[in-house]
Design a protein around this ligand. Sequence first.
Ligand SMILES: Cc1ncc(COP(=O)(O)O)c(C=O)c1O
Length: 396
Amino acid sequence: MLPYGRQTIDEDDIAAVVRILRSDFLTCGPEVAAFEQEFAELVGAKHAVAVCNATAALHLAMVVAEIGPGDRVVTTPNTFVASANCAAFVGATPDFSDIREDDYNLDPDALEGGWRDDTKAVVAVAYAGQSADMPRIASVARERGAVVIEDACHGTGGGFCHEGTSWKLGGHPWADMTTFSFHPVKTMTTGEGGILVTDNDTFAERARQLRAHGIVRNRDAFRGFGDPGNDTLTEQGPWVYEMQELGYNYRITDLQCALGRTQLAKLPSFVERRREIVSLYNAAFQGIPWLRTPRLRNQSDHSEISWHLYTLLIDFAKLGTTRTEAMAALREAGVGSQVLYIPVHLHPYYRETYGYAPGKCPVAEGVYEQALSIPLYPKLKQADLQHVISTVKSLG
Ligand SMILES: Cc1ncc(COP(=O)(O)O)c(C=O)c1O
């Protein structure tokens, strides 16, 4: 069975994890900082804060941006639930703006047209790896005082072109913070894992602190225990630390970061192989009337995108079948597929809590009806790819 996504683990990855198993630190050791530094350099960001998963990174982004009750956070419905849940975690109202028909990402016109004054953050997802129109989204959001978070969980190692200049996700000026996921189906993996990158010193410092319970160990930054008049902690021994705000245990381990470092070294080759497969699929699926291949919003991005998903839009009515039947036929032939995504506002939690209903984001709801992602990962062999192509074509 060929799954829709799968990790690439080689002997060097295994050796890296074993090396940590034999070392002094399984967690809270030197691999975390080394991974963060290498990742920040790769994307061209000032700071990187690695955490246990990207959901935690999104949550921290909300906290450090001081989003809370009474605030609205707008994201795309065409995403994994975490992109919206992060707003609910901090007591804000997650809201959804519709997507464009070409890149399946937030539509800046819809965002601007539906803007509400209580919107304090926009979470722009790079669906499948293709970045949303970040320059326009940033101008809409920033003019109105909102913070911009790019959820680049699909796009590790990728970028885009703007007015002739190439930018990396995580390293361009149109997001205040960017999050990446290292779940095994993603472009590179640490098992579970995520990272928050930013150029903002305050955001980075607070995220780092909140990742570990809101605890501060740097005496120069102590707020209470440095006071000689303090009645309980008169002895300022080496054990003393301060908890200055309510944080979390969102730490990532050294085992994961050692794996992250070997994966990072191979990221360019993963991205290139994924792009090669996308080109092959695009060519193979041309001219089929019941099927639409992924589109580029900006043709010059072709060599910049790090593709996580290959999502076809299939006109099942034209095919005379249902998606369930088509998926079963693919599965029968050993080809896995996945529907990404059920529009987030239509999940029971969102309907029941916020009153959202079908019709709120018609473009996203229409895309959902036809979306089917087929296998995309570096280890697919030429014979696998030919098998996927002929099996998909045989649906018609
Ligand atoms: C767009 C998007 N955002 C956030 C997440 C959450 O990532 P994680 O599983 O690392 O928490 C995912 C994971 O599937 C995702 O696809």
